[in-house]
Design a protein around this ligand. Structure first.
Ligand SMILES: [Zn+2]
Length: 250
């Protein structure tokens, strides 16, 4: 018997009453657990195995498959399932994790990032428009694609204190100051950043987790951040996600 505590980030119905859960756990990363009978009315594991529940799950390993034995709710993140926009955003975050994290890979930091994001999504203290760029950018940083945002790649100028714009090359993950930037024929993956946007991207990429969700950009700035973090993620992963299209359609 094994016990894990994790967030259910995917559920797949199997047959009449069973489902296969994909769970992000601190202990073993992503794992699949079959919940037999969970769709039966009155099932003891029904409510604790819903999407985005943070639950303690006890399971048996039988012939290479995990079967749930008992479960206990740690945090239901109830409000996420009541609000279609929050639900769509949480589905998008789940899709990013499912695409970028391997099964049984240690991912304590990713679990922490998702739990914190779901916490603020659930209680509404941070708006969806701010949580989206925070999660996208910090996640891509944590999986080894943190761009070099500290200073100009060419002259090492820190720059924002001088009020200069900077250019972010998203395919290279580098920053160049206004003076060093040379326009080229193909600059579709280069974006011009205002000093405040550079500071906010540095903040998301590098600040301690205890301060990460204190970021409070205004609506214009969160819109700018969101465009950049979304595009950076798509360039680095080489794909987009259908759930993102659904979130944007709401
Ligand atoms: Zn420079």
């Amino acid at each position: 018997m094994t016990t894990v505590t994790g967030v259910i980030i995917r559920e797949k119905r199997v047959g009449e009453n069973d489902k296969i859960l994909t769970v992000l756990t601190r202990e073993c990363g992503l794992i699949e657990i079959t919940a037999k009978g969970a769709l039966n009315l009155g099932s003891k594991n029904g409510s604790n195995t819903q999407l985005f529940m943070y639950s303690k799950l006890c399971f048996n390993d039988s012939r290479g498959r995990n079967y749930i034995n008992s479960s206990e709710s740690v945090n239901s993140f109830y409000n996420i399932r009541l609000d279609v926009k929050k639900y769509a955003l949480a589905c998008y975050f789940s899709d990013i994790i499912l695409y970028t994290i391997q099964q049984n890979e240690q991912c304590d930091i990713i679990t922490r990032l998702l739990l914190n994001t779901l916490y603020y999504l659930d209680n509404g203290k941070v708006d969806c428009s701010v949580l989206k760029p925070i999660f996208e950018f910090r996640h891509i940083c944590e999986i080894g694609m943190r761009p070099q945002l500290l200073c100009c790649q060419n002259c090492c100028r820190y720059s924002t204190d001088l009020g200069l714009d900077m250019y972010f090359d998203m395919s290279e993950g580098t920053l160049v100051c206004e003076d060093c930037y040379e326009a080229s024929d193909d600059d579709s993956e280069i974006v011009k950043l205002r000093p405040r946007t550079v500071e906010n991207l540095r903040y998301i990429a590098l600040t301690d987790y205890k301060d990460l969700f204190k970021l409070r950009p205004d609506a214009d700035e969160s819109g700018r951040l969101s465009l950049i973090t979304e595009k950076y993620m798509q360039i680095r992963l080489g794909r987009s996600f259908r759930s993102l299209g659904f979130y944007k359609s709401i």
